[in-house]
Design a protein. Structure first.
Length: 404
């Protein structure tokens, strides 16, 4: 489709809706505007004259969520910018945001149903424009999509995909490789995400992974992203990528209110793509550990997750593994004693650190330990009992991990 045909599509949208419409790409460049139909506010005229969205207008639009939007939203009017209210419709093709369609509608803020009515009236044009911008954006997008599929298949052990990935020049030339898996989780269940929020997180991950210089290969799935890094290209590459993913998605930042958090797991370095499936499994376990174990922080490496290496690979955790822990849990409906015991174990009997962590006086801490001893009928700090309970507590956490 030529630019003339894109312009014709925008004019048809404007005619169908009876108002001005415009199309921006993701860089802020004005692609097309319905110059022959409907009035334009001063804000859009400025964009038309400059062929790009002015910074103050883009900032106002982004305050309403246009940077990560995957569903239509309303942009409120801004008298200071001489800007009327409008509806923003993200254009998405094959999971990739390709542009933003704006329709001027001063009545939209008072009648949110107008968003649905507007979108329904121009659905065919929206799908067409999304496809066209996708094809115009880069002739390599289809190739990139295929490479993502092949890479993820290799991580899952597909022999043909492993052979293909092994022959990619960046992989062949790397002295060593490191695999990282990042999971967005909210609460204890990744399934709590709305479809809209899940799509936003996926798009943010795609844009970050595709642009990060240390990434040799990457694939973004519905529940997680997996990347192959060249560790000798940048110190702490996995940590820095984790930070960029968190920033791009709006989670884990100072003062943010998002219920989600990003957790990343990193496998040890590998020297051959034949090791990818095992590295992927280990990186997933490390990421899940970070999601359930506060001691790990938000990024964990396979080498440092301790008992979870055993729990995830050797133990069945779909049922009870300790009668002692079951007894304590049953006698502790508020969970205070269970939490106290786990913190005590984690802090290596450092009474001051435990008291500070739990905000307890030492006397209260000793009282709780004695109460646990009375409930169990054995000393929870003694040898084999301690080992059993500590491992059981971690296995209990593991049952809450976000599933992939």
């Amino acid at each position: 489709m030529s630019e003339r045909e894109i312009q014709a599509a925008i004019d048809e949208i404007a005619e169908a809706l009876g108002t001005g419409a415009s199309l921006d790409d993701l860089t802020g460049r004005l692609v097309a505007y319905s110059a022959q139909f409907g009035r334009a506010d001063d804000a859009r005229v400025r964009a038309l004259l400059n062929r790009e969205v002015p910074e103050d207008i883009r900032e106002w639009e982004e305050r309403h969520g246009t940077r990560t939007a995957v569903e239509p939203l309303i942009i409120q009017a801004n008298p200071d910018l001489k800007m009327e209210a409008r509806i923003c419709i993200p254009l998405i093709h094959r999971g990739v945001r390709t542009g933003l369609l704006y329709v001027i509608d001063p009545l939209a803020p008072e009648d949110p149903d107008r968003v649905t009515t507007t979108v329904n009236a121009i659905t065919g044009h929206v799908e067409l424009l999304a496809t066209v911008l996708y094809e115009m954006a880069s002739p390599h997008l289809d190739e990139r999509h295929q490479r993502e599929l092949e890479f993820f298949a290799a991580c899952q052990g597909n022999a043909g995909a492993l052979e293909t990935v092994a022959n990619w020049p960046p992989v062949r030339s790397a002295a060593s490789l490191r695999l990282a898996v990042s999971i967005f989780a909210t609460g204890e269940d990744i399934a709590e995400f709305s479809e809209t929020r899940a799509a936003q997180l996926r798009l943010a991950s795609q844009q970050t992974v595709s642009r990060y210089p240390s990434v040799i290969a990457g694939s973004v799935q519905d529940t997680h992203s997996v990347v192959l890094l060249r560790p000798d290209n940048e110190a702490n590459a996995a940590l820095r990528l984790h930070q960029r993913l968190a920033a791009a998605s709006g989670v884990g930042q100072p003062g943010d209110t998002a219920p989600e958090r990003l957790y990343t797991g990193v496998a040890e370095n590998i020297s051959s793509t034949s090791e990818l499936p095992e590295a992927y499994r280990r990186a997933v376990i490390a990421a899940q550990t970070a999601a359930v174990e506060p001691e790990s922080g938000t990024i964990a490496t396979w080498e440092t997750i301790g008992p979870y290496r055993l729990i995830a690979t050797r133990l069945r955790t779909d049922g009870s593994i300790s009668d002692l822990l079951d007894t304590l849990v049953d006698a502790d409906p508020n969970g205070d004693l269970v939490n106290t015991l786990e913190v005590f174990y984690d802090q290596g009997d450092n009474v001051k650190a435990v008291a500070d962590t739990l905000h307890l006086h030492r006397t209260s801490l000793y009282y709780r330990i004695n109460k646990i001893r009375d409930i169990l009928g054995v000393d929870p700090l003694g040898g084999a009992t301690r080992l059993e309970l500590h491992l059981a507590l971690k296995a209990r956490r593991w049952t809450r991990r976000p599933r992939i």
